[in-house]
Every structure is written in C-alpha cells, then in structure tokens.
Design a protein around this ligand. Structure first.
Ligand code: ADP
Length: 730
C-alpha cells in the first residue's frame, strides 16, 4: 500500500477519533449539566427538609411543654378535689367494678378508727365484715350475717334507695351509693345526726304538746261534768219550784235561776266542744237521718223565743228533697241550732227563714244539701264578716254588746261544716239582715215518694195575707202542677168553686162561714179547707171546727202533712168518700184496769239532789219507784224488785252505770228473762258519748237536766199490759 493511502487512512482514522472525542465530550458535558442540576435540586430538598425538621423540633418542644403544663394542672386539680373531699364532713369513696375500693376520704375511713386494712384495695364485703365484727355499726335486732346480706344485696341491686345506718356512738349516716357509667360505685356517707336528733326532739315536743292537750281536754271534760252535776240540780229544782204556787216576785226569781242555769250549761257545752275541736278529737258519727225532722225539732225548740219577740220563723224545704240522708245528725242539728239561734237573737222584727234544697252530684246517689238561714235582723258590717267565724269573735259595738254569747258558736259551726267537707259563708248588710249559708254533700238514704196527683189540679185558693207562709205554699203547690189563686183577706172568695182553700189563723177568722158553706153546698165537690197555724194556737182552732172538711195544718207544714192534704184533694176529686168514724183514743185495756199492779220503775242515782228531783218529777204518776244508790245496788234491786223500766245514771262510784247494765244484761241472758228497757241518765255533754254509752246495752240516752216530758214519755210508752196506767184518772 502506498504511503499516501496509508497516510490518508491514518488521517481518516484520526479525524474519526477526533469526531468521536468531540461527541463524547459533548455527551460528557450534557451528563455534567444533568448532574449539576440534580445536585442543585438535591441541595434544595436538603434545605427544605432541614427546615421541616426544625419546625417539627419546635412543635415537639411545645407539645412537651404543654404536656408538662397539663400534667401539672391535673395534679393540682386532683389535689384540689381531694382537699375538698377531705374538707367535707361527709364520707366519700369510690369502688371499681369488682367492688374494690379505689379511694376514700378521711371521713369515710374515720369510723374504722385507723384500721390499716381499710384502705384502697379493700373489698366492699370485707368492709361490711369489719363493720359488724368490730361493732362499728349498730345492727339492732338483726344478726351480723343477716345485716351483711341485706347490705350486700342492696349494694348489688340495679337501683338502691338511700339507707340510714347508726354507728356505735349514736352517729347517723345516710348511705347514698350510685354506679357510674363505667361501672365504678361512688359511695357517699352523709352525716345526718343533727337532723335525726332535731326530728326526735320535734317528735318529743309534739308528743308532749299532744299529751298536754289531751290532759287539758280531759280536765275540761271532768270539770264540766263536775260543774254540770250541781248545775243540773239547780235547774231541775228551779223547774220544780216553778210548778208550785208562787207569787210574781218569787216566780221571777225562780225563772231567773232556771234561765241563768240553762245559759251556763250551754256555755259549758260550747267550751267543751271547742276544746274537743282544738284537740282534734271531734269526729263524725254518720247515721241515716231525716233532715226535715231535724229542722222541725230545732224550729220547735226555738219557736217560743221567736213568738215572744214577734218574729216569724219559717221553713222552706224543697218539696222533692230526699227524706233521709246519711250524716252526723247530732252535729247537723248543732249547726242549725247555732245559725237559727243567732238569727233569732239578732232579729227584733220581721222574720227568720230557713231554706233547704238538695242538688244531685256525682254518679253515686249523693246530694249537695244547701241550707240558708236568712233574717231581717241587725246585720253585720262588711269588715266584720270574716272575723265572726274566729274563736271568741263578736261584732263589738253599741248595738250588740247587749247580746249574750261566748263568740264560740260560729267557730264551732265552721269547724263542723269543714269536717263534713262543706263550706259556710255569710252575706249580710248592716241594718237590713243576714243570710248564713252552708253546703255539705251527703249520701241519700231514702228518696221521698210524692203523692199520686189528681187529674184536676185546681184551682186551689190561698186565702191568706201575703207573706212567707203563702209564698212557700204557693211554691209547693205549683211545683206539683196545681193551679193557685191568691186572695188577700180583704177579698171575698171568688164565685168559681176552688178545689181547696188554704187559709191562716187570721184568714180563718175573716172567712165567712156562710161563704164556705154556700160554696160547698152548690157543688157536688166540697172544697176542703186547710188552716195553717202555729202549734200553740192549733188546739183553740181545732176546738172551733165542726165540719169534717176543715183541717188544721201546723206550721211549719211538714211535707208528709202537705202530701196528706194533696191526697185528700185527690179523694175529693174522685168523690171517694172517706167515710168511717174517727178512731177513739186508746182506752186502757182490761189488764190495765185499776186493779192491776202499779208499774215498777227503778232509778239508779247516787246523787241525793238528783234523786229528789226525779221523785218530784214523777210524783203525779201512779208508779212504784225505787232508788238504787250505786251500780251494785241497781243490780241487786233489779233481781229482787223486777222493774218494768230502769233509769240508770252513768257516773256512779264503784260500779258505774255501764258496768251495772252489762251485768244486768248478762243476768237476763243467764235466767232467760225478757230484755228490760234501761235508759241512761247522764250529765255527759260530749258528742260521741251517747254512742259509747249505748254500746254497753242501754236502750236510750237522756241528758240532764231531766225534762218531765221525756221522763213521762219513757214511763207511759213502756208501761207493760200487766200494770195499770200510770196516768192519774182525770
Ligand atoms: P255568740 O253568738 O255566742 O256571740 P257566735 O260565734 O255564734 O257567738 O257569733 C259571733 C258573732 O257574730 C256574734 O256575737 C254576732 O256579733 C255575730 N252574728 C252571728 N250571727 C249573726 C246574725 N244572724 N246577725 C247579726 N250578727 C250575727
């Protein structure tokens, strides 16, 4: 090969190598560029990472500082909590779910008197064991095991009420245990010793006060009995003296002794009742009773004083009101007596009217009985109307200072009405009059049966002065559907024939006899005439009446008498002749002739004055009377004297009237004798006593001072056929 070729070849090879070198150098510089870029970004990353690390480092330091602070606070809070728990005097402990103590304050551990084992970690059952074994708890009559069982079952119950335990030293601890949501038991032991001691003191004080009140009541009852006995003697003797021949001056003295004695007895009754109410001893004794009869009794009793003052006393009782209710008749009578008595006391002219209506209430057969007592008396100033229901409260002014009274009546009345769950009120205008009202709800015992009414209901003539009697009568007739015609006494009877004529005493006098007769003769149906008059003038009028169609009706007219009158209209209308001779009064039977023996009456009475009063009361009767001076003598005489009737005093020394009666009843039973009537005579004024006395076998109860009519009534109605009539032959 030629050199030129070789050189050319070498040149070409050199140039190729140079090109390769240049290429590699370019590649190397590219790689260097990439590398330096990467190194740059790496160094950036390192810087960033370093910053993050620095930041985290800072945060970490903050967290550590916070944690430290939080820990410190927890420690402080815990210490404060325990300081507080230690400060309180009540015990506090926490138990875990397995009933092991986690913590307890000193007060909780104190009763265990430093026992090392009673500390966190101890089991609840172990605490109970220590409490009984060491005598820390007073477990009363329970055995230790029973007490622990009782405490454990309480601890494990899903819910537990607080439980009070007594420690050996008289400390009372109320345990309040509650399970928390995570199952721990938080136990509180509250020291309630002071409260318990205070309650005990209160109980003792109440007991002492009640005992004192009972003693006061008993003292009052005894004292009143002691006062009543001689007072009864005074009143009875005055009554006996009044029966004799006395000149006017002597009669005045005797009447004054009697009325003063009676007033004193009524005050004693008020004081007694009041003391009974105060001692919360007043109780009710419900029994079936006839409200109308009670009203009439009270009105009859007060009628004489109304008459004396010229005040009209009327009763307006709802005609269809039930005839019997269930209630304490004696207390209702007492309320009525007080209200009607007051109305009469404070009324000088006009009237006193008692209105009674019954309104059905509830599902059961009960009625709300509304009674009002209205008067036209002195009235009560507005500002005094609430005051008068308080104890010893009276309207003290010039006008009524002259009235007698204790100021207890309305207080007692209010208490009685409230005891019957009722209400009492007053509506009054000074100088015009007062209306006292009350309502009580009572079960109905018997409904009234209205009469069957005639087809023709009128006209019924009311020939009387306008006034309360006429208004009440008109209301009653209208409510039964009768057509009424009113005429004043100045009118003459109308030409139309009335079915019946109602008139009053004055009307009867003005009524032309001829007119009645003329009216009656001119028609097949004769008008019936009913004369309304108070009981005291009824006899005089009855004596003047000759015709059978003229009848007297006592005021206040009882519903039974009114219904009887309506029955007579019906008979009249239907022209049914009610013929027949009026039955003759009972004649003494053959056995009761003068030859029969005298009735035997035994009176047991230890007080000589009362014996004297009794013998004087019955002196006009033809009876054989024997006295027993005490209960034992009464039993002996009962056996030897064989009385037909016994009057038995209750308070007698040694064997009292109740015991004597019980023994007499036993004797009758043993010997197969018939039951002899025994009537209690007593000075007891407390209500409820009567029931108690009767429960010993007595048949009736009469309260002293003895009243002649009541004694006579007992003797005459109980005279056996074998004895002659005790009434002297007139
Ligand atoms: P007493 O009648 O024994 O004084 P009460 O408690 O029954 O006691 O009555 C208290 C007072 O209420 C009476 O003193 C009287 O002032 C007044 N009072 C009661 N009822 C009436 C009445 N119907 N009219 C006027 N005042 C009355």
């Amino acid at each position: 090969m030629k050199i030129e070729d070789i050189l050319a070849q070498e040149r070409r090879a050199r140039m190729a190598a140079e090109r390769l070198l240049a290429q590699k150098q370019a590649e190397l510089s590219d790689a260097n560029r990439v590398l330096s870029k990467h190194a740059l970004s790496l160094s950036d990353e390192i810087i960033e990472t370093r910053e993050v690390v620095e930041e985290i480092k800072g945060e970490n330091t903050q967290v550590r500082a916070d944690l430290e602070k939080a820990n410190k606070e927890v420690v402080i809070a815990k210490r404060r909590l325990w300081d507080s728990l230690e400060t309180i005097e009540d015990g506090f402990a926490v138990f875990d779910q397995t009933d092991r103590m986690i913590a307890a304050n000193t007060a909780y551990l104190e009763p265990f008197d430093g026992l090392q084992c009673v500390a966190p970690g101890i089991h609840y059952t172990e605490i109970l064991n220590i409490a009984t074994e060491e005598g820390i708890v007073d477990i009363g009559d329970l055995r230790p095991l029973a007490w622990r069982d009782m405490m454990l079952s309480r601890w494990r119950a899903p819910r537990r009420d607080p439980h009070v335990i007594r420690l050996w030293d008289g400390t009372y601890i109320k345990l309040v245990d509650r399970r928390s949501r995570d199952g721990d038991m938080v136990s509180l032991g509250l020291n309630i010793t002071e409260t318990i001691n205070y309650q005990t003191e209160l109980k003792d004080a109440r007991f002492r006060a009640e005992a004192a009140s009972r003693a006061k009541s008993a003292f009052l009852a005894n004292m009143s009995h002691e006062i009543r006995t001689p007072m009864n003697g005074v009143v009875s003797m005055a009554e006996l003296m009044a029966e004799g021949d006395l000149d006017d001056e002597q009669r005045l003295y005797v009447d004054t002794i009697r009325t003063s004695g009676e007033a004193l007895l009524s005050i004693i009754n008020d004081v007694l009742d009041y003391s009974k109410i105060e001692a919360a001893k007043l109780s009710l004794h419900p029994e079936p009773f006839d409200l109308e009869a009670i009203l009439l009794e009270v009105v009859t009793l007060l009628q004489p004083s109304a008459q004396e003052k010229g005040v009209k006393l009327c009763v307006d009782l709802d005609i269809l009101m039930p005839s019997k209710f269930m209630g304490d008749a004696a207390r209702i009578r007492q309320v009525l007596t007080n209200l009607i008595g007051n109305a009469l006391k404070f009324t000088h002219e006009g009237h006193v009217i008692i209105r009674a209506i019954g309104l059905p209430v509830g599902e059961d057969d009960q009625q709300r009985v509304h009674i009002t007592v209205e008067d036209t008396g002195i009235g009560i100033p507005d500002e005094m109307q609430a005051h008068i229901f308080g104890e010893f409260n009276q309207v003290e002014d010039e006008r009524n200072r002259k009235f007698e009274g204790t100021g207890l009546g309305l207080a007692i009345t209010k208490q009685i009405v409230e005891l019957m769950k009722g209400e009492i009120w007053v509506d009054s205008q000074e100088g015009v009059g007062s209306s006292f009202g009350f309502h009580i709800t009572l079960p109905v015992e018997e409904h009234i049966t209205p009469p069957s009414l005639p087809e023709k209901r009128g006209p019924v003539q009311l020939f009387m002065e306008p006034g309360l009697d006429r208004t009440i009568l008109e209301k009653r007739l209208s409510s039964l559907g009768f057509q009424t015609e009113l005429s004043d006494l100045s009118d003459t009877l109308p030409a139309t024939k009335p079915l019946a004529i109602f008139t009053d005493e004055k009307g009867w006098r003005c009524l032309q006899q001829e007119q009645v007769e003329a009216t009656s003769k001119s028609d097949a149906v004769t008008p019936l005439v009913f004369i309304l008059c108070p009981p005291h003038s009824a006899q005089t009028i009855s004596n003047e009446i000759s015709a059978p169609d003229i009848h007297v009706l006592h005021t206040p007219v009882l519903r039974s008498a009114f219904f009887e009158a309506v029955n007579q209209f019906r008979d009249q209308v239907e022209s049914i002749c009610a013929s027949g001779e009026p039955s003759a009064p009972d004649q003494p039977t053959e056995e009761q002739s003068i030859n029969a023996r005298a009735m035997r009456v035994l009176a047991a009475e230890d007080n000589k004055t009362n014996q004297l009063v009794f013998s004087k009361l019955v002196k006009t009767l033809d009876i054989e009377l024997q006295f027993a001076n005490n209960g034992q003598e009464a039993i002996d005489l009962f056996k030897s004297f064989d009385p037909d009737l016994v009057f038995m005093d209750i308070s007698m020394p040694e064997v009292d009237g109740k015991e004597a009666t019980r023994r007499i009843r036993a004797y009758e039973k043993e010997t197969g004798l018939d039951r002899t009537r025994i009537v209690a005579l007593t000075a007891h004024a407390m209500t409820g006593d009567a029931e108690e006395i009767m429960s010993h076998g007595l048949d009736e109860h009469l309260t002293k001072p003895l009243k002649k009519p009541a004694i006579f009534d007992e003797i005459l109605t109980n005279c056996p056929k074998a004895a002659r009539c005790p009434l002297p032959e007139s």
